[in-house]
Design a protein around this ligand. Structure first.
Ligand SMILES: [Zn+2]
Length: 307
């Protein structure tokens, strides 16, 4: 990537299930505050993107737009997969429509992939090869960067690591309609299943955040809460182990709201016990330093690279 291209001003956009975030980015740094609006339905999202573009363009010379979005994204910038509960967004030809309207280079990328790319370029795992990012939140997502490039796959599903299988016994139903995906165990929903298992009488009163607080309580609930959290780490470790054997990542970055609750030392130890003995000292797991901004920054970086 040429340095001059990175310095150009890009509008970064992050389309999520509840809100859309906008900011101008140059050289991977925010040039404006991040503005947010509630996510409208389907193609109306494009009107909002257009409005922000026009607003920014009055003050700045914008060289491109990078859009990070929930859902699988085709090479032509069309939303092809499940869209994180944004009605009417699937099938939208985002890149084609915006490019016609504004005659600018537009990049559209899946949000977890965009975030992984930001981690690779400007995050704590800068230059890691391969880099594996796992997002732990309501669901489980991820992104993989090999030799500096995102693994997008032949069907745009590269990095959809939430749906690798942890078990073959049909124990837990996943949001994808199949059983025993990593997401069904390691996500917020997975944690809730553990709460149900360990607290059958009062699970309705315990939130996932509450479970972490319970581990520090002084009554017998803390024992069950600790067991539940240990199980949760075990599942994440199993997911990492499976991916480790495929990609042998230099670094693994954890992001998403639930990653804050992960005990990195404990998780690394558990993973080390699962991988091939020759790899047990090679596991480097870290938490994201970019947090929620990673998708927007990554999309902007990808856009500047495409100029
Ligand atoms: Zn699944």
């Amino acid at each position: 990537m040429k340095k001059t291209d990175l310095k150009k001003t890009i509008m970064g956009v992050d389309v999520g299930g509840t809100k859309i975030a906008f900011a101008l980015v140059s050289s991977g740094r925010l040039m404006t505050p991040i503005y947010t609006v509630k996510t409208p339905k389907g193609e109306k999202i494009l009107n909002v993107v257009g409005k922000f573009y026009e607003k920014f363009a009055r003050k700045y010379l914008i060289s491109g737009v990078g859009i990070s979005t929930a859902g699988m994204v085709s090479d032509e910038g069309r939303i092809v997969g499940s869209t994180g509960n944004i009605p009417g967004w699937q099938g939208t030809k985002v890149k084609e429509i915006l490019q016609k309207q504004y005659r600018l280079p537009i990049i559209v990328e899946n949000d977890a992939n965009a975030a992984a790319y930001a981690e690779y370029q400007i995050g704590s795992a800068r230059g890691a090869n391969p880099l594996l990012m796992i997002t732990l939140g309501t669901g489980v997502g991820g992104g993989i960067v090999v030799n500096g490039k995102l693994v997008r796959g032949a069907h745009f599903a590269g990095g959809e690591i939430g749906h690798i299988k942890l078990s073959y016994t049909k124990q837990r139903l996943c949001t994808c309609g199949r059983y025993d995906c990593l997401e069904a165990y390691a996500s917020g929903n997975g944690l809730f299943s553990l709460i149900k298992h360990y607290f059958p009488d009062k699970y309705k009163k315990i939130t996932t955040r509450g479970l972490f607080k319970l581990t520090k309580s002084k009554n017998k609930d803390s024992i069950f809460a600790i067991r539940a959290i240990e199980d949760w780490h075990f599942y994440i470790a199993e997911g990492i182990c499976n991916l480790f054997q495929v990609f042998d990542p230099e670094k693994i970055i954890l992001s998403g709201g639930l990653s804050e609750e992960v005990d990195i030392k404990y998780l690394t130890k558990q993973t080390a016990q699962m991988v091939l003995p020759a790899l047990e000292k090679s596991i480097r797991i870290e938490k994201s330093i970019l947090g929620n901004d990673a998708g927007l920054l990554g999309a902007a970086l990808l856009a500047s690279q495409s100029l």
